[in-house]
Design a binder for this molecule. Sequence first.
Ligand SMILES: C[C@](O)(CO)[C@H](O)COP(=O)(O)OP(=O)(O)OC[C@H]1O[C@@H](n2ccc(N)nc2=O)[C@H](O)[C@@H]1O
Ligand SMILES: Nc1ncnc2c1ncn2[C@@H]1O[C@H](COP(=O)(O)OP(=O)(O)OP(=O)(O)O)[C@@H](O)[C@H]1O
Length: 279
Amino acid sequence: MLSLPAPAKLNLFLHITGRRPDGYHILQTLFQFLDHGDTLDFVPRSDGRIQLCGDLPGVPTEDNLIVRAARLLQEASGTNLGATITLHKRLPMGGGIGGGSSDAATALLGLDRLWGTDTGLGKLAELGLTLGADVPVFVRGRAAWAEGVGERLSPVELEEPWFLVVVPPCHVSTAEIFSDQRLTRDTPPITLAAFREHGGRNDCLPVVTARYPEIRNTLILLNKYCEAKMTGTGSCLFGAFPNEREADKVRARLPATLQTFVARGCNRSPLHLALDKAA
Ligand SMILES: C[C@](O)(CO)[C@H](O)COP(=O)(O)OP(=O)(O)OC[C@H]1O[C@@H](n2ccc(N)nc2=O)[C@H](O)[C@@H]1O
Ligand SMILES: Nc1ncnc2c1ncn2[C@@H]1O[C@H](COP(=O)(O)OP(=O)(O)OP(=O)(O)O)[C@@H](O)[C@H]1O
């Protein structure tokens, strides 16, 4: 059996600089991975079937990004093999930490290894992009400066702080935020050097806090202890700390009813570290 992580990501900032004719948004963002996420177990099958164990509430199996990724790779590689895949879900859904996209990337890389189809990261990233804008960065496995719709990636070396992540008690649909009339789509493009000097913001935050009072209130609370930011289109909020102890201290002060976790920021995806180890 092959067991692999599907880590979370954070968008350290997110600027919307324009919109394509097809409605997709042109963005600038910085992706960093967390050493916290789902786990997928893979067992090969000779009958060609894709079986998923570990159903998600509200997601029909055929729509699960893991199953869709598996079928895409079967088709692209022409393999006759199948797999039984077990998903151990830990990441909140609709949290902006990329759980579904990361599961898809882990399925693509894990099955490519299991089946010996040797597809290569470039082709896997291309297949992944058809499943979601966030899949390619998980396939490439490097913290990245991203442009375009999130698929034009340049690897970057960032500090690797500890993050306290807070999951407000609501799901946010990415499509709903991107279609809100109030969203600003005209932030002037910046450079990585400018971000390192002046930082950046999340252009989705005003729309998300206007729509979700729970997120606005959680942001106010977290801001008492650190500079709180939002990842992706929400709902998750985070703060950076120099070490685990400092992050844990703030975590202990938050109401026990709030879902929270502490994880290390990683420039190299835990998925790729695990694949190297398993080689
Ligand atoms: C917000 C981010 O998480 C930042 O990393 C991503 O851009 C979103 O990536 P994702 O969840 O993989 O998004 P997708 O599943 O590709 O798209 C969900 C919906 O969001 C909108 N969408 C997504 C990405 C983008 N650059 N512009 C968009 O307008 C589209 O309406 C799309 O139907
Ligand atoms: N394996 C999967 N894990 C999670 N969600 C999945 C999966 N397969 C399909 N989905 C669907 O994708 C939706 C988005 O899930 P996901 O956890 O990626 O949200 P997210 O963290 O907000 O993503 P992003 O940061 O990419 O916007 C879910 O609400 C669910 O309907």
